[in-house]
Design a binder for this molecule. Sequence first.
Ligand code: AVI
Length: 331
Amino acid sequence: MGPGAHPRYSIFRSDHEQHLTSFAEEVERGLASSPRSIPCRFLYDEAGSQLFEEICDVPEYYLTRAEREILEARADEIAGGFTGGPITLAELGSGSSAKTRLLIEGLLRSHGRLRYLPVDISPSILEESALDLLDAYDALEVRAIVSEYQEGLRHVHADAAAAKLVVWLGSSIGNLTRTEATSFLQGVRRALEPRDRLLVGIDLRKDRTLLEAAYDDAAGVTARFSLNLLTRINRELGGGFDLEAFRHRAVYDENEGRVIIDLVSQRPQGVRVDGLDLELVFDVGEAIHIEDSWKYSEAEIDALAARARLAVERRWLDSAGRFSLNLLAPC
Ligand code: AVI
């Protein structure tokens, strides 16, 4: 049975206009500006999403394993914090819900039944993972929400029958600037009642060597993930980028707490993008900025939460102390 026909499954598709600008518009604007940059959300076409899954398994990229380690150790403790009455689990950017299974199992152990509201922009990913989850757990109900996060949060908020645990895993917050992260959390805060909680995974500041290796692994998976953006421009916008003539670079700025990821031109070169009628000239060493991954100290997490009228109720670190999972309460 497909999930659409499943008695414990429903899907809601937001009919709100997405105000996000298109790939073509952003590439045109970003490549013509100085310094050149393209928003990191465009890294995730089909091939990019697949490469990101591979990144999560490379030895240097500790984030996914560290967060999983914490969830494995703490899922029951997190679930046990919600006493009395039903509970709803809402997840932002649920993807394949792999790590969330640990929480689902913990909440089913403590509460017997569970309603799960995954929010994602990809209906196919939502349906595929819902089907797996419904097969695996008889006491689970899935109400999938296809939308951007803030719109999805309004639906999560409207589902007021139970206390809510909203989860945002994977340190996705790190791909927002500190200002964007604050307004994002303020948006989440508006969807929370006093009894609700937000569980957010946040990568910590640490030694430059570890961070630069995590974002430039020896097997070159992260480099392929970055360079896939040029492949995407070539395919979708008629670009003429020579992938051999650009190099992936990840540099940690310790003061800012930010890993800066660029594609760097290896020689002086001209590149034409037919679909945009764009003629580009690159100097040797000239960069296209494609991603930032912001890191936080524990004090910075406390301050970030406070700016969004949230308080850190509990914080767990992995055994190597590299990654944090934070349970935030409205205040
Ligand atoms: C999705 N996001 C949290 C990843 C990160 O760690 O910033 C994206 C990534 N880019 C390169 N490697 C991983």
